[in-house]
Structures are given as structure tokens and as C-alpha cells.
Design a binder for this molecule. Sequence first.
Ligand code: GTP
Ligand code: MG
Length: 379
Amino acid sequence: MATIMTKKIATNIGNAVKKAATNANPNPHMAAASRAIADRIPLVDFLVEIRDARAPSSSGYELLRKLPSSAARPTRIIVMNKADLADPSQSKEWMSQFEQQNCLCYSMNSHNKENVKQFLNFLQAQVRELQRADRSSHTTTVMLVGIPNVGKSALASSLHQIGRISAAEKGKLKHATVSPHPGETKDISSLKIGSHPNIYVLDTPGILPLKTLDVEVCSKLALTGAISDSLVDVKELAGYFLAILNSGDKYKKWEKLCSYDDGKAFMEHKAEHSSGSELVEKPKRQYPTDHTQDFIVRDVRRSLFETISYFEGKLEDDQDLTKLIKSQFIALMKLFRIAGELDGDGFSKVACKLLNLYRTGRLGRYTLDPVSRDTCHLC
Ligand SMILES: Nc1nc2c(ncn2[C@@H]2O[C@H](COP(=O)(O)OP(=O)(O)OP(=O)(O)O)[C@@H](O)[C@H]2O)c(=O)[nH]1
Ligand SMILES: [Mg+2]
């Protein structure tokens, strides 16, 4: 449920990104990389567009839409990467939406060896089919393109590693630079991922024309990490995540993280404030079932659960939601033992930690783009 407040925060973030992008000097690397990628597209056999499964529509690659329709077009495959961070049921719906539009698409996690092996098999089958059709056995080139930070280099490296092992290739293993920060890859690089027939994958720099993007798209991409945090106020970005968390129901599964004593206090509070019609059961002693070893993560989840559950305001009310978000920042500041000003550097430090937890999937799996039946031109 996207509340009006969530939309307002998203609009503020999107406008700030666009303003910063307009005031910044043009990025010569990005312009040169766009030209180099556009020049190569007609020369490759497969174009794999990597998208972020958390934002399947917002993370689309604009550069492809701008290509002249006369340009030779390689076979296009859409990969929804980082599927481990997206809501699984929404990913399923998105996949069927892509399939309905006759897109060749694939959903995966580039950190998962089995997923990468299966994707490599899928690619090899596509290559064999192409070669049967044009009766050749030339070297095949697969170019990975996409906006920054969607996992192009991670996938290129994993494909290279696995492809080399299965082809018993000798020689030095190459690595594409993988980083949590966007814009890390500066040049196109080539990595071998198969022999007989030879297959090469081209890793490319991420391209994102911020000035032409829709404001809401900008805010979603800032949250996923495709846009540098230096262009936004991290407090506002973390507030955006909290607004999404608070207006959904994913936090409810963290109730089991309340220890017996905390759980008892929580249930007593609930009993005190309930209308009296609900039967309040004594909480059973419960333990986390996801075996998380990370106690900080568990404490953050519990703190967020408690702040939302104890909250008595209306989440649909702008001022109430703002109050709740502020109380969550304060609770997390205590939890992380961060000193500093409220609303100032103390909150900024909390925001960075919270964004890191969200972006690594430790605060749940969220899909930011709702599946809409009338989303056209997905591919
Ligand atoms: N959870 C998860 N993280 C991923 C996945 N793929 C990549 N990452 C992480 O996402 C971040 C960005 O990965 P990169 O491979 O550097 O992304 P990129 O698209 O090459 O980025 P640029 O070079 O900036 O365009 C890194 O921290 C990766 O470890 C995935 O499938 N799941
Ligand atoms: Mg890269």
C-alpha cells in the first residue's frame, strides 16, 4: 500500500536527484560509454539486459529505446537479477507479464552458483539454436547491458568462473570489478564463458540518463542503490524505506523475535489498548526461525516491529507517519549506540546503516514496482 506520504517522500527524493544531476558537470565517461555500447550492439549475437528484480520496470535500459529502428538487433534477453531481494510472488507475476509480451526473460541471483550454472546452460542452448539456424560455428558474443549497480559485473564474473571450469579452460581467471557503489565499471571488458563453441561475455559500464527519468523512478533507483547516495539526503532515503515498511505488513513476521519478557510487555500493552473484544493470549516463548546469526539484524527487526506495533497514530496521516519514522530513527540511534544530533549527523549514520541492511535483503524482500496489467513496452 503506497500512502500519500510515501509518494510525497518519493517525489522529494526524485526531484533532489534530478536537480543534482542537472547541476552536475556532464559525465564524459558515461557519454563515451553510451556511444561505445551503442556502436557494439549491432555486432553482438545476444544482448542481455540486466534489470533489478526489485524494480523490473523502473530499472529498464533507456539506451535500447533510443536506438534507431534500422539498427541490426541481436537476440534480446531480459534478466531480472537480485531476485533474492525481491518479493517472490511479485517476481512471478512480473515474469509472466514479460512472457505475455513475448520477451525472453530470466529471473536469478548472481551470487547463487546453481542459478548461474542454469543461466549458462540456458545461454548455451540459445547459442546452439542460433548456430543451427545460421549453420555457422563462429565465436558468439553476449553483451551485458543495464543501468548501474544491477549486477552486470557480478554476473559476468560468475559466468566466466563457472564457464571456465566446465570447459576445463587453462589460464588466468579474470575478474570484473564488483562493488556496492554504482558506476564502478568504466570500460567494456570481455570474459570467456564457454568453449566449443567459443562464447564471450562483454561486461559494460552502467548507463542511466538521470535528467530524463521520471521523479518516482529516480527515487526507487536511489533506494535500490542504482543512483549514488551522494546525490540524495540519506535520511530522506532511509525515511522512504521506513514509509514503505510501515505501510506494508512484512514487518509482522518479526513478532516472533520479541523475547519472552519483551513479548509479555508488548502483549500487555496490546491488551491495555485493545477494544476488549479481542482475546489476548499469553505469548508463547518463541525463537527466531530463520537462524540469523546476526544479532544486530535481529535487534533492528525487533525494534522496528515494536515501534510500529506500539504506535497509536494513523499511518495514513502524514504527520503521524512522520512521527513514527522519527521515533524509529531515535530507537535505532540508541540500538546502534550512535551519538550525535537528532535530525542531524546522528540520523544520517542511522540512515546509512538502515539502507545497508535493506539493500542486502536483511530487512525483507520488497518489489517497488507494482505489476500493472497495462504496463506496456516492457521490453
Ligand atoms: N543480493 C544480490 N546482490 C547482488 C546480485 N548481483 C550483484 N549483487 C551485488 O550488487 C552490487 C552491484 O554489483 P555489480 O556487479 O558491481 O553491478 P554492476 O551492474 O556491474 O554496476 P556498475 O558497474 O556500476 O554498472 C554488488 O554489491 C554485488 O555484490 C544478486 O543477484 N543478489
Ligand atoms: Mg560493473
